[in-house]
Design a protein around this ligand. Structure first.
Ligand SMILES: Cc1ncc(COP(=O)(O)O)c(C=O)c1O
Length: 415
């Protein structure tokens, strides 16, 4: 072994199964020309099976580009980002009534997608939250989105979780969630997925949200809401319920929102972080310090956020066609889910009752034999058994996929 000098031995970085699947997709597709990619959480265009971008966003992009060139708007953005985007996205995500009511005590920042909002939240929380005896910030999270565990690294955050879906039915395990919240230390950070739960689609009802928020308030939790699928699960009014509820209850809340899926801008990195009720809970000086800390973190990492995509996002959000197009996408995903569930019959489990893009067929994942069998039958799927209904072309294909999955689950290694 060569001399390591001053170097530490670097351990392998966190492998993300979805990123790895994306990298390996071209090779799979070459070997399986009819292969269907159900791994990555992207909304497919049913015509081309490329990435779907709503027409309203495409139009907005063209206008934003023209404006940018005309105004020579090529300078740095400020650390908070595009205020027009933030205002319109905030009204979309909290509902205009709650957004207007909250605006006086809300810090709003454009971020590099939902991931950027989560990362910036982590940076704030590691400074802001008092640590436990082991020197870590206690955090309870809705499990499923593997990146949460990686962002809130185990060295600084004491991450607890619970079984989100009942393994016997695939339905949301409300009892386990309430138990986990009741058992967490006071002032724990509680990270909850807003809707279209990634990875099992097992969403809370409004009543269940009320109960979860009551329990969280009783433990004086610091709430982080992660919304990447607003408008793509039950429908916008239902999907934003927890965001509006936290605003209405006056809770100190960090809302991490992604525009990637709803606007079809995965590669452009658009999202937002809204900090609610900071002044009310922490006072003016602390709220100002949150703001300056945040701006410092932006300056030290990315200096500013992308301007063109935020301009386009603002224009799209103001377009009356935006919400109808979002609803149409939601219905298409929903129709695929229903057709898949009919095709899968009794094997469907949580697929039939869930919402949004995803289901997870089995809590324990596919067996290696089942996974191999599915791959050999043109279904490019993850071994932990999350499927993406937005990656299916239409209801005929979805029903066929349901049949194949049910067949493989019942036969184990039927290739
Ligand atoms: C629950 C959840 N949060 C956050 C994100 C990240 O969103 P973005 O792609 O905008 O960074 C995703 C994306 O898959 C997600 O599923």
């Amino acid at each position: 072994m060569s001399d390591q000098g001053n170097f530490n031995l670097l351990v392998e970085g966190h492998p993300d199964p979805i990123v790895r699947a994306a990298a390996e997709w071209p090779a799979y597709k070459a070997a399986h020309p009819n292969g269907i990619n159900l791994t990555i959480g992207v909304v497919a265009d049913p015509g081309t099976m490329g990435v779907y971008q709503p027409p309203v966003m495409e139009r907005a992009y063209r206008t934003a580009f023209e404006q940018t060139m005309q105004d020579q708007a090529h300078g740095y953005a400020n650390a908070a980002g595009d205020l027009d985007f933030l205002t319109n996205f905030g009204a979309f995500a909290f509902g205009s009534e709650q957004y207007t009511a909250q605006a006086h005590d809300m810090l709003a920042y454009q971020t590099l997608g939902g991931t950027g909002a989560l990362w910036m939240t982590k940076e704030l929380l590691r400074e802001l939250i008092r640590r436990d005896e082991a020197g870590r910030v206690p955090l309870l999270l809705d499990p499923g989105y593997v990146n949460h565990q990686h962002i809130f690294g185990a060295e600084e955050f004491n991450v607890a979780t619970y079984q989100h879906a009942d393994p016997a039915t695939g339905a949301y395990n409300h009892h386990a969630a309430l138990e986990a919240i009741a058992a967490m230390p006071a002032h724990t950070v509680l990270l909850l997925q807003v809707c279209g739960h990634n990875d099992d689609g097992a969403d809370r009802t409004k009543t269940q949200w009320d109960e979860v928020l009551d329990a969280a308030q009783a433990r004086e939790a610091v709430i982080v809401l992660d919304g990447a699928y607003l408008g793509l699960a039950r429908g916008l009014a239902d999907d934003i319920y927890p965001l509006a509820a936290c605003a209405q209850r006056g809770l100190f809340t960090l809302a991490c929102l992604s525009a990637s899926k709803i606007m079809g801008v995965y590669g452009e990195r658009l999202g937002a972080l809204y900090v609610l009720n900071a002044r009310r809970h922490l006072g003016d000086a602390q709220a100002n310090n949150i703001d300056t800390t945040y701006r410092g973190n932006v300056r030290q990492t990315i200096t500013g956020v992308p301007r063109l995509v935020a301009r386009a996002g603002a224009l799209a959000l103001r377009d009356p066609e935006f919400l109808p197009q979002l609803s149409a996408t939601r219905r298409r995903i929903r129709d695929n889910r229903i057709a898949f569930s009919v095709g899968a019959g009794s094997a469907a489990m949580g697929a039939a009752t869930g919402w949004g893009l995803f289901t997870r067929m089995r809590a324990e994942g596919f067996t290696p034999d089942q996974h191999t069998a599915l791959l050999s039958r043109d279904l490019y799927v993850l071994d932990f058994s999350r499927l993406n209904f937005a990656g299916m072309r239409d209801i005929e294909q979805a029903a066929w996929i349901g049949q194949v999955v049910a067949d493989v689950l019942s036969n184990g290694n039927a290739a």
